[in-house]
Design a protein around this ligand. Structure first.
Ligand code: NAD
Ligand code: IPM
Ligand code: MN
Length: 351
């Protein structure tokens, strides 16, 4: 197949400009690879919510299903409560399309300053594998007696054996293909049911992967190790919430969340997978033209790899690497002064 149908959901805030730049980059690489993309745009967003009362139409997921992949900017903006916007669009896509493996690479590039003293390129190169379908992100719970002194809220966490095993398998496989090291993020000292269960499955599955060196840390000290010893890590696997936290912390250690990319993979290929930057809509800088487009561009590279074009992925990563070495192509969050457009143009010039 050389023609791909991509559903584009730019979403809110800086989602729009960064996805626009990502598409320009993908178009250029597609030309070189002799493939083509049909982009179908969906304006589903908080703006759409204000107009229609919904984040996406009733048959939204049906519409997305037909595509080879989904390319998404960011969802959520002041004016719509986050749990409404996210549970109305982003989370149903991840869930219903069984995109249970969320892959978030973290790399410190030459030319991007890390906030950590004495840490340089090569010291930070790992992948966070986040369970993306269950765990702490649960709709089970409730709130009663709202507004009274008797008010009570509860939120249930759910881990299934199938859900835990499949994400651990994914992480072990990935570690086997990388440096052969897998770290599990857990909290089995404080959370007495789910986390010991996760540890138990991790220990059982580890026996099937003797080539992978394993270790595990409680999430509290793991965050400290991310800051003090980022060199230790290769693949880090965690639950939905722990993976979420680690995948903002990791990129911060590597300079900025603006470069971080994310793939929401349905490994069985039954449904489309989704590619997006890790960051959100950044209301504080939206409309200023200064958002870093690299997270979205890198996510586009991951989409190419997923579609079978690893060389296209590598071309884009190489271009990013060369651009951020120089002051001229870097946006503010990377210590430069370039605009979104100037940064993307510099990457296009390198391709
Ligand atoms: P955020 O990622 O939008 O912003 C956090 C900080 O990082 C801000 O100071 C922002 O300016 C900066 N930043 C983020 N991306 C940047 C970029 N590309 N270039 C330069 N600076 C960048 O996180 P938040 O403020 O917690 O969330 C804002 C909204 O986005 C919320 O509604 C949240 O729910 C939503 N959100 C959506 C997604 C998603 O769609 N996947 C992810 C995270 C947050
Ligand atoms: C992310 C985001 C989302 C998440 C939010 C916006 C629901 O933080 O993609 O990392 O927690 O998954
Ligand atoms: Mn997050």
């Amino acid at each position: 197949n050389t023609n791909f149908n991509i559903a584009v959901i730019p979403g809110d805030g800086i989602g729009k400009p960064v996805i626009e730049q990502g598409i320009r980059v993908l178009e250029k690489v597609a030309g070189q690879l002799g493939i083509s993309f049909d982009w179908e745009h969906f304006d589903w967003s908080c703006e759409h919510f204000h107009k229609t009362g919904k984040m996406m139409p009733e048959d939204g997921l049906e519409q997305l299903k037909r595509h080879n992949a989904i390319y998404l900017g960011a969802v959520g903006y002041p004016g719509v409560p986050d749990h409404v916007s996210l549970w109305g669009l982003l989370i149903p896509i991840r869930r219903v399309f069984q995109q249970y493996a969320c892959i978030r690479p973290v790399r410190l590039f030459e030319g991007v300053p890390s906030p950590l003293a004495g840490v340089g390129p090569g010291d930070v190169d790992f992948v966070v594998v986040r369970e993306n379908n269950e765990g702490e992100y649960s709709e089970i719970g409730g709130r009663i007696f709202q507004g009274t002194d008797a008010e009570v809220v509860s939120q249930q966490t759910l881990f299934s054996k199938k859900g835990v095993d499949r994400i651990l398998h994914y992480a072990f496989d990935l570690a086997s293909r990388r440096k052969g090291k897998l770290t599990s993020a857990t909290k089995s000292n404080g959370i007495m049911h789910t986390m010991p269960f996760w540890d138990e499955r991790f220990a059982i599955l580890a026996k099937k992967y003797p080539q992978v060196q394993t270790n595990q840390f409680h999430i509290d000290i793991l965050t400290a190790h991310f800051v003090q010893h980022p060199q230790w890590f290769d693949v880090v696997v965690g639950s939905n919430l722990f993976g979420d936290i680690l995948s903002d912390l990791g990129p911060a250690v590597a300079g900025t969340i603006g470069i971080a990319a994310s793939a929401n993979i349905n490994p069985e290929g039954q449904f489309p997978s989704m590619f997006e930057p890790v960051h959100g809509s950044a209301p504080d800088i939206a409309g200023k033209g200064i958002a870093n487009p690299i997270g979205a561009i890198w996510a586009g590279a991951m989409m190419l790899e997923h579609l079978g074009f690893e060389e296209g992925h590598d071309v884009i990563l190489g271009a990013i690497e060369r651009v951020v070495k120089h002051q001229s192509g870097k946006t503010r969050d990377m210590g430069g002064t370039a605009t979104t457009l100037e940064c993307a143009n510099a990457i296009l010039d390198e391709i």
